[in-house]
Design a protein around this ligand. Structure first.
Ligand SMILES: [Zn+2]
Length: 199
């Protein structure tokens, strides 16, 4: 690696910090960028800076957004009574792509995982409870994944929301066991949502 010019070594170093990118892959990506046009390299660099500067968390749903509240939270045509609770912004994107859900979202920013030191306080659960206190929401659809962590998060939410006067439902088991929402196809997601049941 030290045979490369310092700036190239630095690019490889930066790329290898990305998840799932080892040094070999980083080297291949860096050389690919160098082989491409200056325009493409600039577009890549600028898109990283721009995304970093403009994308933030929506203060209502905690999804990724470039405005606050995000376009979904601002959309008056969407059902305001139903909130779908998901683990990550990527799950929200998967549900949006499926077109199966027309309500609002609440992104927990993860799921309960004592093994990894993730407890209720690390998730946006308190914010969800606060949101429900405003009284507009009639149903919470828990759409966490079907992994052990996803299920225990769903159970925890059921306990927390018990007695809140809000109907709590869980998406049906159409989502494969251990499955991540974002890897589930649109039709399965739609079926899972349509046949949700009370928690
Ligand atoms: Zn939002």
């Amino acid at each position: 690696m030290s045979f490369y010019p310092p700036s190239l070594v630095n690019l490889i170093k930066q790329l290898s910090k990305l998840p799932g990118i080892g040094e070999k892959t980083a080297e291949r990506l860096a050389l690919h960028i160098l082989r491409g046009s200056v325009k493409d390299a600039q577009a890549l660099a600028e898109s990283i800076s721009e995304a970093k500067e403009t994308v933030r968390l929506c203060s209502v749903c905690y999804g990724l957004a470039d405005s606050d509240p995000c376009h979904i939270c601002r959309d008056a045509t969407r059902d305001q009574d139903v909130v779908c609770v998901v683990e990550q912004g990527t799950d929200m994107v998967a549900l949006e792509k499926s077109g199966a859900f027309k309500g609002r979202y609440h992104v927990l920013q993860g799921c309960l995982s004592p093994m990894n030191g993730v407890g209720p306080d690390n998730l946006r659960i308190r914010e969800l409870v606060e949101r429900l206190k405003k009284g507009k929401i009639k149903e919470v659809v828990v759409a966490t994944g079907t992994s052990v962590e996803g299920e225990s998060t769903a159970n925890y939410l059921r306990q927390v929301l018990e007695g809140s006067g809000v109907k709590v439902t869980r998406i049906a088991s159409g989502v494969p066991i251990g499955g991540d929402l974002k890897y589930t196809d649109a039709l399965t997601l739609k079926r899972a949502l349509d046949s949700r049941h009370c928690l």
